[in-house]
Design a binder for this molecule. Structure first.
Ligand code: FES
Length: 515
C-alpha cells in the first residue's frame, strides 16, 4: 500500500491550475520487474491511462504505467472538469454523419463515461468534491437558436433528458435556452489520485519520469524504449492524446488550446450550475468550492495550438467575464490542450499501421472526462480480448464519413502552410539584443532561425525552432512560457524539453554569445 506526500504537482505549462495545489502524490512500494513481460504497458498517466490501468489490474492483469512526468501532468491536470451528458459533437451531428444508430451509441458511451466516474468514486471512496448540478445552454442569436433546436431534437432522439427553460442563472441576455438536468463537476486531480491509489493498492506500477521514445515488436512482445531502460509487455496503450512520432492521427486530429480563469467575485452571484453559451468560440461558467472558498471557473476563447496569441486570448476572456460579473480578483489563469477529431468522434482502439496489440485513444474534443473514462472500459476490454459495443464506432481505422471531408482538408491545409511557409519564407528582422526579459521569439541570427527566450535575469535560452516531430517551426506561447508547434501540437519548455507529444525528442540547444 502506498504512502502519500504533499507537493504542488507540475503540469505542462508555467501557469498553475487550482487542481495542482493540495493534491498529494502517492508513492508506491510495488517494484518494477525489469525481467518481466507485463500484460499491458500504458503510456501516459492521465484519466485515460489510469482508468484503463485500474480496470485491467483489477481484472487480474499485470500492468505498468510509464508516465513522462508525473500522473496528471498533461490535460487531466488542466481540464475545467465538466462532466456532461451532452458533448461538443452534438447528437444531431453524429446522427447526420454516422446514422441514428451511431448517435445512440455515442450517447450511450458518453453516459457510460459519466456513470463510470461516479461508480469509481463510490467504489473507491474517492473524496474529489463531486457535485451534481444542472447544465444550461443558451442561444443569443437567431442562428444559435436554430442550432439549439437541433441540439434539443438530437438529444431527445437518443434519450438524453433535456428541456427548454426560461430560467438560466446567467447575467447575459439570451433568446432561448435548454437545461440538461444532473450534470456534474469534480476536482480532477483528487479523482485521479483516488484512481491511482486504488490501482497501486491492487499491485499496479507507475514509472514516473519515464518517456517512452519508441517501441519494437518481436513475436508478440512489445519492447518499449526509454532513457531509463526498457519495458516489455504483451500489449501497449498510448494514453497520451496524440500517439508519439509521425502517424495517421497527425492528419485526423487538430490540437487546440483552451483558456480558463478562476475568479473571486465581489458579490455572491456564483452560479449553482454549469452554464454554456453558443458563441464561436464558446464561453462557459461554473462554480468550484476550493478550501471552503467559492471560485467562478470561466473559460473559452479556444484556438488551434500555435495559431493565435495566448496573451490576447486571456485578455479577451477576462474582458468578457468582467462585462457580466463583478470580479474582485483573478486567482488562477491557465490553459490546456485538447484534440478535435476531423469527423467528430474519438479514436479509441487498435492503432492503424502499428503492430497488433498496440492501442491508442485520442480526439476527445472538449469531453475528455467522459471519453477518457469510457476509453478505459473499451481499452481494457480490447486488451482482455472481450468485445465492447463501442469498439467499431470509435475504431481508429473507421472509414471517415464523406461530409467530414471539407473539415479534413481544412486541418491539413493549415499543416501544409506551416510546412512550406515556415521553412522557406524568412520574415524575422528582430535581433537578439532587442528581446525583452520574460519574452520569447523566433529570430533570425546570422542567417539562421533560432527560438530565443530571455529569462527574467536576462539570460538567453536559445534553441533550434524546428519541431523534432515533422520539422515545422514552433511559436512562442508567452503565457505558458512554452514553444508550441502549430502543426500537430507538440510543445516544449524554455530549455527545449518536450511538454506535449507527438514529439519525443527535445529541441536542440544553441549556444549564444549573450550568455
Ligand atoms: Fe508535428 Fe511539430 S508537432 S511538426
Amino acid at each position: 500500500m502506498g504512502k502519500t506526500t504533499n507537493t504542488v504537482l507540475a503540469r505542462d505549462g508555467a501557469l498553475q491550475a487550482p487542481w495542482q495545489y493540495g493534491a498529494a502524490t502517492i508513492i508506491s512500494k510495488a517494484l518494477f520487474d525489469t525481467t518481466a513481460i507485463y500484460d499491458a504497458l500504458i503510456v501516459g498517466g492521465g484519466i485515460t491511462g489510469i482508468t484503463t490501468a485500474l480496470f485491467l489490474q483489477k481484472a487480474g492483469k499485470k500492468v505498468v504505467i510509464a508516465e513522462a512526468h508525473k500522473p496528471g501532468f498533461g490535460t487531466t491536470g488542466g481540464t475545467s472538469a465538466h462532466i456532461n451528458t451532452f458533448a461538443d459533437t452534438t447528437y444531431a451531428e453524429v446522427a447526420s454523419a454516422f446514422g441514428e444508430e451511431g448517435a445512440q451509441l455515442f450517447a450511450d458511451a458518453i453516459n457510460e463515461g459519466f456513470t463510470t466516474i461516479k461508480s469509481n468514486i463510490d467504489t473507491y471512496q474517492i473524496d474529489c468534491d463531486y457535485e451534481i448540478n444542472p447544465g444550461y445552454l443558451y442561444a443569443e442569436t437567431g442562428d444559435e437558436a436554430k442550432q439549439l433546436d437541433e441540439i434539443y431534437n438530437g438529444a431527445l432522439k437518443v434519450g438524453v433528458p433535456v428541456n427548454y427553460t426560461e430560467e438560466v442563472p446567467t447575467p447575459v441576455e439570451y433568446l432561448k435556452a435548454l437545461v440538461f438536468d444532473r450534470q456534474a463537476q469534480f476536482h480532477p486531480l483528487k479523482y485521479l489520485r483516488g484512481l491511482q491509489k486504488a490501482y497501486r493498492e491492487a499491485g499496479g506500477i507507475v514509472l514516473e519520469n519515464t518517456l517512452v521514445t519508441g517501441i519494437e515488436t518481436d513475436n508478440g512482445v512489445h519492447t518499449a524504449h526509454s532513457p531509463t531502460g526498457v519495458i516489455r509487455a504483451k500489449t501497449v496503450i498510448y494514453a497520451t492524446h496524440m500517439p508519439p512520432n509521425i502517424n495517421l492521427f497527425n492528419f485526423e486530429c487538430a490540437p487546440y488550446r483552451s483558456y480558463v480563469l478562476g475568479l473571486k467575485l465581489k458579490t455572491d452571484t456564483y452560479p449553482d450550475a454549469l452554464v454554456y453559451d453558443m458563441q464561436e468560440p464558446y464561453h462557459y461558467f461554473r462554480t468550484q468550492v476550493l478550501n471552503g472558498e467559492k471560485l467562478l471557473i470561466a473559460g473559452g476563447n479556444d484556438h488551434k495550438t500555435g495559431h493565435a496569441d495566448p496573451e490576447k486570448a486571456f485578455a479577451d476572456l477576462e474582458k468578457y467575464i468582467r462585462k457580466y460579473y463583478n470580479v474582485s480578483s483573478v486567482k488562477y489563469r491557465w490553459s490546456s490542450q485538447y484534440y478535435v477529431p476531423v469527423d467528430g468522434l474519438p479514436y479509441i482502439g487498435q492503432m492503424p499501421l502499428a503492430a497488433d496489440g498496440i492501442y491508442c485513444a485520442t480526439g476527445y474534443n472538449g469531453n475528455g472526462m467522459m471519453l477518457g473514462s469510457i476509453a478505459g472500459k473499451i481499452l481494457s476490454d480490447l486488451v482482455r480480448r472481450r468485445p465492447n459495443r463501442y469498439q467499431d464506432l470509435f475504431s481508429p481505422s473507421r472509414i471517415k464519413p464523406v461530409d467530414s471531408f471539407s473539415e479534413f482538408v481544412k486541418e491539413n491545409v493549415d499543416v501544409a502552410y506551416h510546412f512550406i511557409a515556415d521553412r522557406f519564407h524568412i520574415h524575422e528582422t528582430d535581433s537578439l539584443k532587442r528581446l525583452q526579459r520574460g519574452t520569447g521569439k523566433v529570430l533570425e541570427v546570422d542567417g539562421e532561425k533560432i527560438a530565443a527566450y530571455r529569462d527574467e535575469k536576462g539570460a538567453v535560452h536559445a534553441l533550434s525552432p524546428v519541431c523534432t516531430h515533422a520539422a515545422c517551426i514552433v511559436n512562442w506561447n508567452g503565457e505558458e512560457k512554452s514553444w508550441d508547434c502549430p502543426c500537430h501540437g507538440a510543445r516544449y519548455d524554455i530549455d527545449g524539453n518536450v511538454l506535449t507529444g507527438p514529439a519525443t525528442k527535445n529541441l536542440p540547444k544553441i549556444s549564444s554569445d549573450e550568455n
